[in-house]
Write a protein that binds this ligand. Sequence first.
Ligand code: AHM
Ligand code: MG
Length: 335
Amino acid sequence: TAEEIPNTDIITLTRHILSDQLRLGAAATGDLTLLLNAIQTTSKFIATNVRKARLINLIGLAGETNVQGEEQKKLDVLSNDIMVNALRASRKTAVLVSEELDEAVLIEERLRGRYCVVFDPLDGSSNIDAGVNIGTIFGIYKVASEKGDVSDVLRPGKEMVAAGYTMYGSSCNLVLSTGNGVNGYTLDTALGEFILTHPDIQIPTRGKIYSFNEGNSSYFHPEVVNYLNSIKYPPAGKSPYSARYIGSMVADVHRTLLYGGIFGYPDDRKSKNGKLRLLYEAFPMAFLTEQAGGVATTGRGRILDIVPTSIHERCSVFLGSKDDVNDLLKFYEKA
Ligand code: AHM
Ligand code: MG
């Protein structure tokens, strides 16, 4: 049968982004292609370290020393170093912002390129030691200033030219948008290549799952509590929503893109600006959600319209299926 014949014409991530470049014709210099290639290599490198972390002592606190007296690196510090080194060496970047670094990295002139990358090298830190899904999140801007400085990344998310994430889970998946829809790739570890497995991801218009840390309920604003009650105690004849919450944004958003529903990390009475970081968590995920046909909002406005004022600022996040997020927004409008 057809299923037994191996596919001899697989589409790798490299092949796919190259064809995307060719589609743009002379307008594309190939720089973004090379940059995306550098990013996919860092994802493979981080993925192998995530898999063997327990075996090679990567788990634990940075700053501890092992029996040989060598300093141990925590997996998120190691992932940060992998990304900074590769992005600098790609010669395609001018400014880097990482969750792990207080200050933005301004690339020296010798190696400077035309793109800025904002990233969380290993998100979902509370899940690392338990072997639960974690991921890398990234967003890319083209430099606007001559030199490349922090002003180049203090721009609304709608100005990003690409965004994506890599999830290190039961499989390693890279999901990417260059502003022309969303595609998902799965790492074939034997080939060492990401293969296109989820072409043109479209988020269902309505889902059956909600994904919030309800342990924060006592701090939640009434709009959020009332919305959650409306899906947990629906009118007679309708089924309540299911709860799924991993606590790794990459995994919770990945499931939301594929199955639909709503993911939320709202601001509340305790965390006035929410928890998630605007530049390298909210923006890339909002970019992907909109590109997949969903909605991403703070409850009071579109996430991608926010103009950042500092590189590590936080914001309230709700994203997912259009109908579900719009239902939530009705509670904000009423308030
Ligand atoms: P981190 O950058 O310290 O890993 O925090 C971000 C993570 C997200 O992946 C996730 O959505 C959220 O924090 C979970 O937070 P909580 O543990 O408060 O539910
Ligand atoms: Mg994070």
